[in-house]
Design a protein around this ligand. Structure first.
Ligand SMILES: [Zn+2]
Ligand SMILES: [Zn+2]
Ligand SMILES: [Zn+2]
Length: 334
């Protein structure tokens, strides 16, 4: 019997319509292969990208030359541009403003063949540091209200370059998804005086059917109402609303669990295309007792069709309890 499930934070409904006997790899809809050729993100080609705004690992030498471990550069084909003012206007009931924002590419490694999943810990931690340092820097620009950090891996998930990278976009408005999470968690908080994410973590640890893995400071779960098979959320165990305020000590534990979670996913479905996104508090806001930062990892295994577009419902053929059990066993089997 199919089941309707409601996400407790934003109230989004999903349908679990299980297709029995399906193995994890049966969900793969297409081979994700991004085309090769000239790579602007490789060492030696620094001059083909806009000037770097952050670099780690270059001990000597000029900006935009080789010898780096991680670089952040503005996107050459940005969705929004950095110069100008917002010039907010109303047109009757319609609102518009200039497309001001920052669109940056985090080049996670100099090695073209590396994948994020298998980066050694001392390299992966630089990626989280870069996310934090860029958010903190963009926080100084009063035009921006939010920085959304995300990764597209694999062609089906929207990656256009093979070289391992993630992206961020600083926005002059709050994205709708964040507005929903802030509102949902605030109404829960007003009613119960507890953070809903802290409550989710507590209940997931106690029930222990959707926990994928955990360490001292972080937990990975398959959420109760996931949009896709193998969707995972990574959350800090101790309440915190701001990713950008975390230190390198915490990032070491985050690196551990992120890497383990992705390796478990890869062991279930090798090379699966996925997106991840960071949800943290809005820029310049003070610590929020109701909101809890987290990453959402969403494998690209199902297609969004008319029903999803029109209704906002997602149809997921795999219950998260089953996904969690595959993910838990996946590395041990290898
Ligand atoms: Zn490359
Ligand atoms: Zn919390
Ligand atoms: Zn979220």
């Amino acid at each position: 019997m199919p089941e309707l499930r409601r996400d407790p934070v934003i109230g989004r409904w999903i349908i679990i319509a299980q297709e029995r006997g399906k193995r994890p790899t049966d969900f793969l809809i297409e081979e994700a292969k991004v085309k090769g050729g000239f790579c602007p993100l490789c060492p030696g080609n620094e001059k083909t990208t806009p000037d770097e705004v952050l670099v780690y690992g270059r001990e000597w030498g000029y900006p935009n030359t080789e010898g780096w471990k991680l670089r952040v550069v503005p996107n050459k084909y940005p969705a929004l541009i950095i110069e100008g003012n917002l010039d907010k206007q109303g047109e009757g009931l319609y609102d518009r403003m200039n497309g001001i924002g920052a669109h940056e590419v985090i080049i996670e490694t100099p090695n073209h063949g590396d994948t994020f999943t298998f980066l050694p810990p001392d390299r992966m931690i630089l990626v989280f540091r870069a996310f934090r340092d860029r958010i903190k820097d963009l926080e100084n620009d009063p035009r921006f209200r939010y920085v959304i950090v995300f990764k597209n891996f694999g062609k089906a998930a929207g990656a256009s370059l093979e070289h391992s990278h993630s992206q961020l976009i600083a926005l002059p408005i709050l994205p709708r998804m964040i507005v929903s999470e802030l509102a949902g968690s605030l109404s829960y908080y007003k009613y119960k005086e507890r953070c809903i994410f802290c409550d989710i973590i507590r209940q997931e640890i106690q029930q222990d059917i959707r926990v994928v893995c955990q360490n001292e400071h972080f937990i990975t779960i398959t959420p109760f109402a996931p949009r896709t098979p193998f969707e995972m959320w990574i959350l800090p165990k101790v309440h915190s609303s701001a990713f950008q305020k975390e230190d390198d000590f915490k990032f070491a534990f985050l690196t551990d669990i992120f890497s383990e979670s992705l390796r478990r996913l890869d062991a279930c479905i090798p090379n699966v295309p996925y997106n991840f996104v960071l949800h943290t508090q809005p820029l310049r806001s003070t610590e929020m007792e109701h909101f809890h930062w987290h990453f959402e990892i969403v494998p690209k295994l199902t297609s969004i069709a008319g029903f999803e577009w029109g209704s906002g419902f997602y149809i997921n053929p795999m219950p998260p309890e089953e996904a969690a059990s595959y993910l838990r066993e996946s590395l041990e089997k290898k």
